[in-house]
Design a protein. Structure first.
Length: 283
């Protein structure tokens, strides 16, 4: 079996370093290699007066410095490419190396608090054919060694099974505990009862699919808003959350749904957005 690979979208910025930290956490957990990817514009009129090799040398230096900061037991390869679109360039780079996921820094502008999605990240979570991992602001400061627990936000829409299967595979491959979560954003007894039943069914499915030595728990969190519900869950350093793509996503593509976007406003942990499965209709 080939060694898994994690692609990291790198810029010499705090957000880029957040992405490197989360990529390192994932790689150490999965026993994966890291591919640091930087995309430069094919043409940039403002830099026309600067010899092209100057920018190239600077970019290579930034990549080398980032690679040198990653723990020595993880194999790191750097990639520098040119594309008119940073989004398509990053997707192409991740696909070329056969990456399991593409890690990006969330800081950039657009969504408040720990995550603020810049235009490239926003485009990626609407277009990537592979999972996109959004690193929270400040991840570079904590540099968690590995994933402590995977939280999977289970929904009731058709296609949610694809997300659960992805979470089960990750936990099984890494021997990591799994927490299943159903969020109820309104104080409605019918919705709460449905969420509790669904969470119970998902718990049974997870326990039957995972070895007995991998802990599995289930939780229903309710509140007047999604943000309020998700903050009640309790989070620890090293945690990650997995969410599915919106039902508006094209098959095998991402689309960050409204619930996931609301969760991003208050989360302090990396979010793994899983592409919509073929023929599915995820939440």
């Amino acid at each position: 079996m080939s060694t898994p690979r994690i692609a990291v979208a790198y810029l010499a910025t705090p957000g880029g370093n957040d992405a490197v930290a989360v990529g390192e956490q994932l790689a150490h957990t999965l026993g994966a290699e890291i591919d640091l990817c930087m995309v430069l514009p094919s043409e940039r009129p403002a830099l026309a007066a600067i010899p092209g090799n100057v920018l190239l040398r600077e970019a290579e230096g930034w990549l080398a410095a980032a690679a040198a900061g990653i723990r020595s037991d993880i194999t790191v390869t750097t990639h520098l490419s040119f594309d008119d679109s940073s989004t398509s360039g990053l997707i192409a780079a991740a696909e070329d190396v056969g990456a399991e996921a593409l890690v990006v820094g969330g800081a950039g502008g657009g969504i408040a608090s720990s995550f603020s999605l810049g235009s490239v990240v926003n485009d990626l979570v609407h277009a990537s054919p592979i999972p996109v991992v959004i690193a929270p602001r400040g991840a570079r400061l904590t540099r968690n060694e590995r994933i402590r627990e995977v939280t999977c936000a289970v929904g009731t829409r058709p296609g949610a099974d694809a997300l659960l299967k992805s979470a089960l595979r990750l936990c099984r491959d890494t021997q990591t505990p799994l927490r299943l979560v159903s969020l109820v954003a309104v104080d409605n007894s019918d919705d709460l009862e449905l969420a509790q039943q669904h969470a119970h069914n998902a718990l049974d499915q997870a326990r039957s699919a995972l070895p007995e030595d991998i802990p599995v728990t289930s939780r229903v969190a309710s509140g007047p808003t999604v943000e309020d519900a998700v903050t009640k869950l309790g989070w620890h350093d090293g945690d990650v959350i997995m969410v599915g793509s919106s039902r508006l996503a094209q098959p095998r593509r991402l689309f960050l749904g409204s619930t996931a976007a609301k969760m991003l406003r208050v989360l302090q942990v990396p979010m793994i957005v899983v592409p919509k499965d073929e023929g599915a209709d995820n939440d």
